[in-house]
Design a protein around this ligand. Structure first.
Ligand code: GLY
Length: 463
């Protein structure tokens, strides 16, 4: 947790933003509750709601808070433990002392929340879209028929999007742990073992040094499946392995890196050719990332670079700008260049992808690829985003395009057939937008150029 002044300042900034937007009434913030996996006492791993963590910081289940926009009064709602709880959980700090630790003067038992909201009748109650069903049901009970507050969502997004120095430090730390986890993974790749063995080792790092992984690990020789969570395959020589994984630190900030490795330690010529294109796109995106540019423009510039590389290999042909405009890059990269990152690996997407990732004057495209761009905004210092281009050969998608005559003037379908067993490549770094440009987060960059990757794998195999 940060110092109490951090949470007090954030809550004051939230209320000021709402006042400036002409809003009044109450803000209701809900922490998460435990979620049973099978029976009540066997729960999924505990994870607090991220907006709650941002404004209140208390990492305990079944807490709520009400902030009065007009008077500034704040009340924390939760129950003190009783003797039954103490038997199972040990003694716990009182709710009042926890409230004081985050600068809230008044506290009450959890059930008093309902009375507090009833007493506020006639006043507007602002709340965020709940990320968990427990809170969906709670809100339906407390405030039947009331919808989440767009002014509150916008105020929260505007604060959380621009990372404070202490948050950047926390994300740098999560990236340091991510670096360590990915290094263990890369050094463990050996044909003959099961993918799961690597997953176990790398997630061990995340658990030993942080809260755990920031999302379910993607580790697969079928990189063409963008989010492949199956890890049962035996590692075969000559394949490509995509590892997309991140650590969530004990402070609950995320990292999210992707690297793609040749399982034999050396790329084949064909693999290296495609890898080089993805690497060039990643480098280009970073070089273009600076305040004032939109990430949509950066996405489109990398799409053009990708098509230029694929054109040189004879996989597509035609005018590059027309191919970009016609969405041909989406056949090879059916996802966006990146997303926001912070307390969530896809930061705040529970508040609405478009509200988080798009400026009011931007429209989300429908095209494959560009339509999945989760962060399109005009960049500002303090944005933390991912730079993750990829090229994937997805036989079913290529066949669909071919059958429907899509891109028939551009795409060399017969040549593409020899890539049906290729898999996919993605390369991802986490990037902070600075006053003058951008900085990759973390103490060191994971080996990424084809030569660096081969050298790192050779060094691991010599040890
Ligand atoms: N790195 C996983 C994702 O961005 O969804």
């Amino acid at each position: 947790m940060f110092a109490k002044e951090v949470y007090m300042r954030r809550r004051a900034a939230l209320l000021t933003k709402l006042q400036e937007a002409g809003e009044s009434g109450l803000v209701l913030l809900l922490g998460n509750a435990e979620a049973p996996a099978q029976y009540k006492d066997n729960c999924y791993k505990w994870r607090q709601d991220s907006s709650w963590l941002y404004f209140i910081g208390l990492d305990e289940p079944l807490y709520a808070a009400v902030l009065d926009i007009d008077s500034g009064r704040e009340i924390l709602f939760a129950d003190d433990v009783d003797i039954d709880d103490i038997i199972w959980m040990g003694p716990q700090p009182s709710v009042a002392s926890r409230a004081a630790a985050v600068g809230i003067e008044q506290s009450a038992h959890y059930g008093a929340l309902e009375e507090c909201l009833k007493a506020a009748k006639g006043r507007k109650v602002h709340f965020l879209p709940p990320s968990r069903y427990f809170n969906t049901l709670k809100l339906e009970h407390l405030l039947p028929g009331v919808q989440p507050s767009t002014p509150l969502i916008q105020a929260v997004i505007s604060l959380r999007l621009i990372k404070e120095d202490i948050e950047i430090e926390a994300i740098d730390h999560a990236c340091a742990l991510g670096y360590e986890m990915h290094s263990v993974a890369r050094n463990s790749i050996v044909p003959g073992i099961v993918e799961q063995e690597i997953v176990g080792k790398m997630e061990g790092v995340a658990l030993a040094k942080g809260w755990g992984v920031s999302f379910p690990t993607i580790l697969t020789q079928h990189g063409e499946t963008l989010h492949n969570h199956g890890h049962a395959a035996v590692i075969e020589p000559g394949r490509l392995m995509v590892i997309d994984a991140g650590v969530e630190s004990n402070e609950h900030y995320a990292s999210d890196f992707t690297r793609t490795y040749p399982t034999s330690g050396k790329f084949t010529t064909k693999q290296r050719e495609i890898y080089q294109i993805v690497y060039d796109c990643n480098q280009l995106a970073f070089s273009l990332t600076k305040p004032g540019v939109t990430y949509r423009e950066v996405h489109l510039a990398t799409a053009r670079k990708m098509l230029e590389g694929l054109s040189a290999l004879g996989l597509v042909k035609g005018d590059l700008d027309s191919m970009v405009a016609d969405g041909i890059a989406g056949l090879f990269q059916p996802h966006g260049l990146g997303h926001n990152m912070g307390l969530d690996v896809h930061d705040m997407e529970d508040l609405g992808e478009n509200l988080v990732g798009y400026d009011p004057d931007q429209q989300r495209a429908k095209q494959l690829g560009l339509g999945s761009l989760r962060m399109a905004r005009r960049l500002r210092p303090g944005h933390v985003i991912t730079d993750e281009p990829g090229i994937y050969f997805i036989p079913a998608l290529i066949e669909k395009f071919k059958k429907e005559g899509l891109g028939k003037n551009y795409v060399n379908y017969s040549k593409l057939e020899s890539y049906y067993n290729f898999g996919g490549i993605r390369l991802e770094d986490d990037v902070l937008v600075t006053e003058s440009g951008a900085r990759r987060l973390g103490p060191k960059r994971l080996p990424v150029s084809p030569d660096e990757v081969e050298a790192a794998m050779a060094a691991a195999r010599e040890r």
